[in-house]
Design a protein around this ligand. Structure first.
Ligand SMILES: [Zn+2]
Length: 481
């Protein structure tokens, strides 16, 4: 980043210089790392007072209380809702240092609303981070880059009331409600007699749905016969009650993007099931911004789509038509690296969709390690191989470790290429939590500390890798435009 002016002996990040009520606020590097500097009135920031060049300066650390104050003084550093209408993209940042690279991309795509903070409880636990910290990292990065386009913060895949309370208390602008614990997927395989035995007749619902032609869009009509109706009610009835309850208790009347997630199921969401869930919610006054169905094929972490792209496209067109009929948009989860389907997602939705990526910035960090410190990469690789069995208890993947080249047979120059190899990508993708939290014999998080030191030293290279990688996602998503 170019430094033009010196202010009171600091060399501010140029884009971060802001003036408000006669006070100048900026971020600048110091011997202790980046600091906020406030000149001419403290504005409520907390730090060390210094007298420099006849001026009173406050040098404030990047703490939680200063992040809160920053969000009040400069509202563009606070998350806000922004999903409805166009394209939005969630980019989880598990390390808390990826936002600078992400913002390079989003400055080129002003039509995309970025959700810069996005973390599930599972990710918080695996990285031992908090919602406060995840959001604060985004706030400081947005201020440093002077990005004023607005951004969201997503409490991702929340399942329990206390998780939703936690995310909202921290100021998150989006709640993704994971309904999987209330979806009765076992009813998907029942035959007619078994369905009829379990189904409790509901005349009101039957009058609305059964044997009616439901027009979705020109050329798209849906009809529930008795079996598909009973099956849908049995699978989703309880989950819809859960969605309505959470909405009424936490979301209604609040400025929050509400996403319904029904993607974590064993079988793909049929158009009938999608329609039923959406219509039941809308009929009961639940407003939501997006819904994530489970698509056909496999959306595994860190690798391209596995499945029939033609079938995916046909089904996406119907899901999108249902969403458009009600005025929300389809959300695509595990969207990192799904290059085969991106052109269809952009084109069939007419650019109105939400997509979530998460692991990408972690793998690009690992790629940076392989480029800059091959010996360290070899250590990470060996550690990941040892931790792989434990990691597969959190993530479903079809990784074949036998297809990964033995690293001792590779030259240092060949190591970064491993991050283009599906099995090696998944190996390092799913072991991130174990790598980041591993303690050595002295109780230090040695791997984590070395990784952060490297990312700090090569921050510009890291941002360039993310710019290229996420940029490639957006090029394909917008390739039909
Ligand atoms: Zn999901």
């Amino acid at each position: 980043m170019a430094h033009h002016e010196q202010i009171c002996g600091f060399t501010p990040y140029t884009q971060s210089i802001h003036r408000v009520e006669g006070t100048t606020v900026f971020m600048a590097p110091t011997d202790q790392g980046d600091r906020l500097v406030v000149i001419g009135g403290a504005l409520g920031f907390v730090g060390e007072r210094e007298h420099r060049e006849d001026k009173e300066c406050l040098v404030a650390p990047l703490s939680h209380e200063n992040a809160q104050r920053l969000r009040q003084v400069f509202p563009f550093t606070a998350p806000r809702p922004g999903l409805p209408g166009g394209c939005s993209m969630g980019v989880g940042d598990r390390l808390g240092v990826a936002t600078a690279g992400h913002l390079r991309v989003f400055k080129r795509y002003p039509q995309v609303f970025p959700v810069l903070a996005q973390q599930s409880i599972r990710e918080l636990n695996l990285t031992q981070r908090s919602y406060e910290e995840v959001l604060d990292c985004a706030t400081f990065a947005v201020f440093k880059a002077g990005y004023q386009g607005g951004f969201g913060a997503d409490g991702d895949h929340l399942k329990k009331p206390e998780e939703i309370e936690y995310a909202l208390r921290c100021g998150y602008s989006m709640i993704t409600l994971d309904c999987s614990e209330h979806i009765r997927g076992d009813a998907a395989d029942l035959d007619h007699d078994a369905l009829a035995a379990r189904y409790q007749p509901d005349p009101e619902l039957e009058a609305i749905y059964l044997n009616r032609e439901i027009a979705i869009a020109p050329g798209i009509t849906l009809t529930f016969d008795r079996d598909s109706f009973m099956r849908t009610v049995l699978i989703y009835g309880e989950a819809i009650g859960f969605m309505r309850d959470i909405y009424a208790r936490y979301v209604e009347g609040k400025p929050v993007d509400f996403e319904i997630s029904i993607d974590e199921t064993m079988t793909p969401t049929t158009p009938l099931q999608h329609y039923f869930v959406a219509n039941e919610l809308v009929r009961h006054g639940v407003h939501f911004a997006s819904l994530a169905p489970r698509f056909c094929g496999e959306f595994q972490k860190g690798i391209d789509y596995i499945g029939d792209v033609e079938q995916f496209s046909r089904e996406l067109a119907v899901h999108d038509a249902i969403a458009k009929k009600f005025g929300y948009k389809v959300s695509v989860h595990s969207g990192s690296d799904k290059f085969k389907v991106f052109p269809a997602v952009g084109e069939l939705t007419d650019g109105v969709f939400h997509i979530k990526t998460a692991g990408t910035n972690w793998l690009e960090a690992v790629r940076l390690v392989a480029m800059k410190d091959p010996a360290f990469y070899r250590e990470l690789h060996a550690f990941a191989l040892n931790s792989f069995p434990e990691a597969t208890t959190y993530y479903h993947v079809t990784t074949d470790l036998g297809r990964i080249p033995e690293v001792h047979t590779l030259s240092d120059e060949q190591l970064p290429e491993l991050m283009n190899h599906n099995d090696a990508r998944q190996l390092l993708h799913i072991t991130y939590g174990l790598i980041l939290t591993a303690k050595d014999e002295h109780g230090n998080r040695a791997l984590r500390d070395r990784l952060y030191a490297l990312l700090d030293r090569y921050a510009d290279d890291y941002a360039a890798l993310l710019d290229k990688h996420i940029g490639h996602h957006l090029e394909l998503l917008f390739s039909s435009k």
